[in-house]
Design a protein around this ligand. Structure first.
Ligand SMILES: [Zn+2]
Length: 252
């Protein structure tokens, strides 16, 4: 299994981070993409990836932190992170109008700059969209990145638009939540060659771990839920999702 979206620089892993990451392969998780969300986090995930052979990094600025970054000053530093061999993706980037931790105009500007950079460097992106579908689609149509919309919980109509743009859809613990039908519907709707599995650890632990700290080994619960709903085996689903991750991120 491959976890295409986690946050292993999170303080909740401070007590056991290295042991947990080293043990992932023997627990069935071949490798994980750990995603940055801030300027400090870029350094942390890059170092983690360089320390652990089975960890790869995504560097970028999350919409929550868009107003904390001086883009002109940070862009050359971000380019340096993205040039490091273990950094294979630009993320996590996007728009979040649910929390509005940064003003929406600033979020759009920082998202657009990072999409432009991804195009220039020909790097895949990991995109976060929350309650900002129309504005996100507008920018994705404009910049046409390769990449994944992670933790997809939108409508089938939005899913189809993203698929038509060539993007992958990432599914995590939300598909197992009893009160949320849409994520699982989308995970059944998504073509098998465009589906990625993820955890968003330490957040979004799937049932039966909901509410606890999530780690990459929980990805099996998500895979089993989607496979069951699609009428295939978990093994078939995991094989397809892993092939997609390798194709998109260029990691084996
Ligand atoms: Zn995330």
């Amino acid at each position: 299994m491959i976890d295409t979206h986690a946050h292993y620089d999170d303080p909740r892993f401070d007590g056991d981070r290295d042991e947990l990451l080293s043990a992932l392969p023997e627990n069935g998780v071949q490798w994980v993409l750990t995603c940055a969300d801030s300027t400090q986090s870029c350094e942390a995930v890059a170092r983690l990836a360089e320390k652990h052979p089975n960890v790869w990094a995504a560097c970028g600025i999350h919409p929550h932190n868009a107003s904390r970054v001086d883009w002109a000053a940070f862009e050359p530093r971000l380019c340096q992170y993205l040039a490091r061999p273990k950094c294979v993706c630009l993320g996590e980037i996007g728009l979040d109008y649910h929390y509005d931790f940064s003003p929406r105009g600033v979020q759009r500007e920082v998202f657009a700059k990072q999409l432009a950079l991804a195009a220039k460097l020909d790097m895949p992106v990991s995109v976060h969209i929350r309650e900002a579908t129309q504005d996100s689609l507008e920018l994705l149509r404009q910049y046409r990145p390769r990449g994944v919309v992670h933790c997809f919980t939108g409508s089938l109509e939005t899913a189809q638009i993203l698929l038509d743009l060539g993007l992958y859809l990432g599914f995590g613990g939300a598909v197992t939540f009893k009160n949320a039908k849409k994520p699982l519907e989308a995970a059944v709707f998504c073509p098998l060659d465009r589906l990625l599995l993820e955890t968003d650890a330490p957040y979004m632990a799937p049932e039966p771990f909901r509410g606890r700290r999530c780690d990459s080994t929980h990805i099996r619960c998500t895979a089993e839920k989607i496979a069951g709903a699609r009428g295939i085996t978990a093994g078939e689903l995991i094989r397809a999702a892993d092939e997609n991750a390798v194709r998109l991120l260029g990691v084996r």
